[in-house]
Design a protein around this ligand. Structure first.
Ligand code: PGA
Length: 249
């Protein structure tokens, strides 16, 4: 089954999330029969989501996980709490967190390790910016971002050996600019190769993110080895999300 990750970012408030789940509970459960649907609301909505979506076959994902052990870290959410809340996945290393919050490769790696220790599958994001894309430096950037993380995970050898790698060109996020099919195909192949080199014994899924919409699905569906998509803004509108899912089954 294809993986569809709904990354709600900070688009949906606590009350709006609650209303979304109540209004579309049955339809979401139907979609979850066709696809591996992961919904990632903001942290404050995780508990409500877990209650309203339980038994519906939908997976819960977090957008944030602390790089630190539980302790004096104001504003942080621990991997342990995410586990207790019922999260199966959590996004780490998203370019918005790198850009606006200064998250570094080291912090991202630590978050991923904490998640794996709780048997939560990290969704590790990577992607080049517009300039690197223009200069044809994508492979170099992806290697730079992913290699240290994959190496550290390999060395830590957690029991939970499952990871999602999300290729998200920064210039394609929230811009309605979809990366060309051959470009995405090349990066998917490259990421797959990297993952196989460092984590041969792991279950690795590779997804694409960046302005995913129903109209983009035709091009994305043709990409070999692509296990799914991460959908930002369009996933906050149920009808749009449903169209994307149904076009991908
Ligand atoms: P977008 O976001 O679909 O709104 O471009 C994707 C993402 O950042 O995961």
């Amino acid at each position: 089954m294809k993986i569809i990750i709904a990354n709600w970012k900070m688009y949906v408030s606590y009350k709006q999330a609650q209303q979304f789940f109540i209004a579309h509970q049955q339809a979401l459960a139907t979609l979850a029969k066709h696809t591996q649907l992961v919904i990632c609301p903001s942290s404050e909505s995780l508990s409500t989501a877990a209650q309203l979506l339980k038994n519906d076959g939908i997976f819960l994902g977090a957008q944030e996980c602390s790089a630190f052990n539980p302790g004096p870290y104001t504003g942080q959410v621990s991997a342990q709490s995410l586990k207790e809340l019922g999260c199966s996945y959590a996004i780490v290393g998203h370019s918005e967190q790198r850009r606006y919050l200064g998250y570094t490769d080291h912090l991202i790696t630590q978050s991923a390790l904490h998640l794996l220790a709780q048997a939560i599958t990290p969704i590790i994001c990577c992607g080049e910016n517009a300039q690197d894309y223009e200069l044809n430096h994508t492979a170099h950037i992806l290697k730079q971002q992913l290699e240290p993380i994959l190496k550290t995970i390999a060395a830590a050898s957690p029991e939970h050996k499952s990871i999602i790698l999300a290729y998200e060109p920064v210039w394609a996020i929230g811009t309605q600019a979809i990366a060309p099919q051959d470009h995405v195909q090349q990066q998917i192949n490259f990421i797959k190769q990297l993952a196989q080199t460092y984590l041969p014994a792991y279950t690795i899924a590779i997804v694409y993110g960046g302005s995913v919409s129903y109209t983009a699905m035709e091009s994305l569906s043709g990409i070999a080895g692509l296990d799914g998509v991460m959908v930002g803004h369009e996933s906050t509108d149920f009808q749009k999300l449903e169209k994307i899912v149904l076009s991908y089954v």
